[in-house]
Design a binder for this molecule. Structure first.
Ligand SMILES: Cc1ncc(CN)c(N)n1
Length: 222
């Protein structure tokens, strides 16, 4: 007993590594990603973020303590105030208007991932929901840090995706990620091995759905 978040990534390390170092991510780092793939990803990510904001609102609803409510609020704030504002401005720079974003049909990968997390939140408890949300908040913070540590990563004007990396490496986003890690470490410290195995399965599924989301961007699938 006495688990931590890192025990989840260790238990699912093949999927976790495939997610963090996915070819889509490497393409963002070394600026070789096809712009059409990025545009498609950006559009679907707008729809994704709206559903994930709903999932954090669900976490607020399922919270029994002020501490839990504050943590759900932190996740919701990271999406609404940090990511979505930047995302909409970023889409504009890439020639995608907000009105067009709202009218987009959802790709299957977006549907599968967002509804999986919402369903996990409805049928499970608050910890199930936070674990299902973790590959999103913790994963993107880790991806930005991982990219910054790779020798192939280009930063600055040489990389059209630099602002994307900067968003997830920002103090604001990293602070939200660390607050979530702290919350998860405190809750995971109390679970039994049997419960940890259940949570691993949620974490693995959510991580695999993140991989599918990157893959969707690469394949331009709908
Ligand atoms: C698919 C996906 N996963 C995670 C994040 C980071 N919140 C995101 N913007 N999009």
């Amino acid at each position: 007993m006495g688990y931590r978040f890192s025990d989840l990534t260790t238990a699912c390390q093949d999927d976790w590594r495939a997610y963090i170092g996915h070819p889509f991510v490497c393409g963002l780092g070394n600026a070789t990603l096809d712009e059409r793939a990025f545009r498609h990803y950006l559009q679907q990510d707008y729809l994704f973020l709206i559903h994930f904001a709903r999932a954090y609102a669900l976490a607020g609803y399922k919270s029994r303590t002020l501490d839990d409510l504050r943590q759900a609020h932190e996740g919701l704030r990271a999406i609404l105030d940090v990511e979505l504002d930047l995302h909409i401005g970023y889409c504009r720079e890439w020639g995608i208007a907000e009105a067009d974003l709202a009218a987009l049909p959802e790709a299957r990968a977006t549907l599968a991932y967002t509804r999986y997390v919402l369903d996990t939140g409805h049928r499970g408890d608050l910890l199930d929901l936070h674990v299902a949300l973790a590959p999103c908040l913790v994963g993107y913070g880790e991806i930005a840090n991982w990219l910054n540590a790779q020798s192939f990563t280009l930063r600055g004007d040489a990389n059209p995706y630099d602002a994307w990396i900067a968003m997830y490496a920002s103090d604001d986003f990293q602070a939200a990620m660390h607050a979530e890690l702290e919350w998860l470490d405190a809750r995971l410290a109390e679970v039994t091995p049997r419960r940890f195995a259940e949570l691993c399965s949620v974490f693995r599924d959510a991580t695999r759905l993140e991989i599918d989301f990157w893959q969707m961007g690469l394949e331009l699938a709908s």
